[in-house]
Ligand binder design. Sequence first.
Ligand code: ATP
Ligand code: MG
Length: 321
Amino acid sequence: TTRRLTGFKPTGHLHLGNLLGALRPLIAAQDGTASITLIADLHALTLDHDPERVRALTLEQATVMLAAGVDPERTPIVVQSHVPEITELHYLLECATGFGEAARMIQFKEKSSGGGHVRLSLLTYPVLMAADILAHDIVQVPVGEDQNQHLELARTLATRFNARYGRTFTVPEGVRPEAAARVMDLADPTTKMGKSTGTGRIALLDPPDVVRRTVARAVTDELAVVRRDPGRQPGVTNLIDILAACAGREPADPHSYGKLKREVTDAVEAVLAPIRSRHAALAGDPGHVREILAEGARQVRPRAFATVRRTRAALGLLDQD
Ligand code: ATP
Ligand code: MG
């Protein structure tokens, strides 16, 4: 079976984009792949953060993942900071990464360009991401456009390390999520829906009236025709795609934005209602969720430990036994 890794940063509430673009494919592939779901809490520390919020979001995301159908028996849910081997591998990989290589990353340039305090961890973020992937001998990483360059760096580091120090890492490959897996912001359909960006977001735990209002306010256009045209009608296209992903069908009326929005509201509600109710049940027993996280870390640590051992040895560190 193919080993896969999908990561989520606890930077905000999980939303419809996270579900359709990442969680659903992950859940659908639970039988055919050996997937790991990573809650990348260390990555959430690379930008200004609120400690209590990161802690609360880590538990909330795990609970929502379970509610959405992630089966921890087949797909361990792992909190990144619970696997110290990842952090150790991060350092070892830093010793195989050029400063210029990291400084070249587009996301680093974008996120550090605003002036003000820039954390050193923002620069080394892609090296940590490489450690996430390489620690577990991951073969496939589903990545969106925004993580492409980081995945390329992970591949470069693994390949170069293997060539210089002997075969140590599995070289991962990126897999594209299926078409229409990119959900756009409802208030600004030219940007993607994000946990920490934009205002037109449907969180998976939003109550029905909030969902209805967010969809009702979704930006459309004056063309008055319900047609898939990403260039000229990004808002309408986004709604059509959401309807297709949630209900598996096309809009009923080609001339009414009002009807389209009502259909989208109903389709989204049908997807969210069961998640919301399973979440309510799970949230009543946080100890159970924490036990699942502990088990997730227990499951993946031996392999990560083996990777770190190989890496240490390859780099010339004296072993302890
Ligand atoms: P942030 O704004 O903090 O970057 P995010 O919403 O982009 O948050 P991530 O934690 O970066 O979420 O990504 C989690 C997973 O969800 C990734 O696999 C990513 O590709 C996917 N994803 C994020 N946003 C969308 C979206 N709008 N449509 C489809 N998939 C998405
Ligand atoms: Mg993101």
